[in-house]
Ligand binder design. Structure first.
Ligand SMILES: [Cu+2]
Length: 494
């Protein structure tokens, strides 16, 4: 059997086993994607005893830790096994289908039409107003009415044409980040082309031979800090195995926008607003999945100068790609927190085995809040009156002993930090989205700044939330998930 055939055979068996809920790890050594035996074409033999060692490890590991289930917590080991922590467990969608379209919550896609065998896109560079949180409209530069710009979705092998219309009050150009293209298409002002003057149009055209998570952006630094970026996803000609059921995109950004402003300060070096796909938590729309699906989430950090350690709760993901391209399986890394630096992207894949509402967020504390300002008395802390101090500068009142005295309060965030005030109408915008139906009544308290939610819902609850018009009470779905786990946990493990 050729390597390709054995791979297909493994995936087929995996899909059959997966359909039964359990993927056996007992024969892991035989089907764990190790290097094929040496042939005339591959003179380097695998290390001696590699297979024996794996088999021995596998034998020593209690069987219950060798099995993998897409429907409950399990180990799927030993670490060399294909099933280990869900590593190569296929999605429910099956192999051999075209790649699933990407989905960027809260963002649209750039439309295209076929013109003489070329996929032609029109890009409008323009001023954009974006509502980061309900009632908080800010001013940016963006593309086609969106900040960040709409997602470009193309396929390996496409020839693409971008007609760029500059509606900005200043010159611009568009760079195609990570693409191996002719130098005159690279979009660097001065170096490879003249900047596109305001009101004028410029055409880029080239072939795509790569596949992966790329992006497009202005190559004027201050325009980048103003929001001029968007995803450029190139699907592989043949879908990557194991197949995924969902392919989400999240674009992380930081901005400095002072409390009396709606325009980012692109010179600033500390950041007060944090957005995912142009919104801040809790206005970021949850990613809703079916229980047992294989999910890919691709994250791009396009912050001006800060990295993001992105963490998911309740699951372990495999890092399967970076902004360069897909990573070979032997180099995938299991993590629950991945550090993504400026202009880097990471692709995560995991089996959504764990029903519930799971937060996915940047772990830097300053990135878990919005509209931050320094401690300046009543502006942030409601019970502190700086006028009282200012009026008595000659004889400032002494700190009194009772702990209620403001002098006892720690300057900084921890005590009496104010939440973002929102009107009932604004709260409705948070809670009235289909994707949030049935979440706990106060779910939004814990979802701020660079935070969003992955919802893993059993089939019937997924349909109830996403497809039915039945009225759901706050907390109804969450409580039902808790109730079922309590009821069925023992049975499933029997
Ligand atoms: Cu961060």
């Amino acid at each position: 059997m050729t390597d390709d055939n054995s791979r297909r055979e493994f995936l087929r068996r995996g899909a059959v086993a997966a359909a039964a809920g359990i993927v056996s790890g007992g024969t892991a050594a035989a089907a764990n994607g190790q290097d094929p035996p040496p042939t005339a074409e591959s003179p380097t033999p695998p290390p001696e005893n590699a297979n024996t060692a794996t088999a021995e490890q596998s034998e020593r590991l209690p069987e219950k830790f060798q099995e993998y289930s897409r429907y409950r917590p399990s180990y799927g080991g030993p670490p060399e096994s294909d099933n280990y922590m869900g590593k190569l467990v296929p999605g429910l969608r099956g192999s051999g289908l075209p790649p699933v379209p990407v989905e960027a919550p809260d963002l649209g896609k750039l439309p295209w039409k076929m013109v003489d065998g070329v996929k032609e896109f029109h890009i409008y560079c323009e001023h954009v107003r974006r509502e980061l949180l309900p009632g908080n409209w800010m001013d940016f530069f963006g593309y086609n009415g969106s900040m960040p710009g709409p997602t470009i979705e193309a396929e390996q092998g496409d020839r693409v044409r971008f007609v760029v219309h500059n509606h900005l009050p200043e010159p611009t150009s568009v760079h195609w980040h990570g693409l191996e293209l002719p130098v005159e298409e690279d979009g660097v002002p001065g170096l490879t082309q003249n900047p596109i003057p305001p009101g004028e149009t410029y055409v880029y055209e080239y072939d795509l031979h790569q596949a992966g998570t790329f992006f497009y952006h202005s190559h004027m630094p201050m325009q980048e800090a103003f929001g001029m970026v968007g995803f450029f996803i190139i699907h592989p000609a043949v879908a990557f195995d194991p197949p995924v059921d969902r392919d989400f995109l999240l674009l992380f950004q930081n901005f400095r926008i002072d409390p009396n402003q709606t325009i980012p300060d692109s010179m600033a070096m500390e950041w007060s607003w944090h957005t995912i796909n142009g919104r801040s938590g809790p206005y970021t729309t949850p990613m809703v999945c079916r229980h047992g699906e294989r999910v890919r989430i691709r994250i791009l950090d396009f912050s001006p100068m800060q990295h993001h350690p992105v963490h998911i709760h309740g699951h372990t993901f495999w890092v399967t790609g970076h902004e360069g391209t897909r990573i070979p399986k032997s180099a995938w890394i299991p993590r629950n927190t991945e550090l993504i630096a400026v202009a880097q992207a990471s692709d995560f894949e995991f089996i959504a085995f764990n029903p519930g509402d799971w937060i996915m967020h940047c772990h830097m504390v300053h990135h878990m809040m919005n509209h931050m300002v320094r401690q300046v008395g009543p502006r942030i802390r409601e019970d502190v009156d700086v006028a009282r101090y200012r009026g008595n500068l000659d004889s400032r009142p002494q700190v009194k002993f009772p702990h209620t005295d403001p002098g006892y309060q720690v300057p900084g965030y921890p005590q009496m930090m104010q939440g973002q005030e929102m009107t009932p109408a604004e709260m409705q915008k948070i809670n009235n989205r289909r994707e949030t139906r049935g979440m706990r009544p106060m779910w939004h308290m814990g979802v701020k700044g660079l935070m969003t939610v992955v919802r893993v819902l059993p089939d019937d609850l997924y349909d109830l939330v996403m497809h039915s018009d039945e009225k759901l009470q706050p907390g109804q779905v969450f409580e039902e998930i808790k109730r079922r786990r309590g009821k069925t946990e023992g049975k499933e493990q029997a």
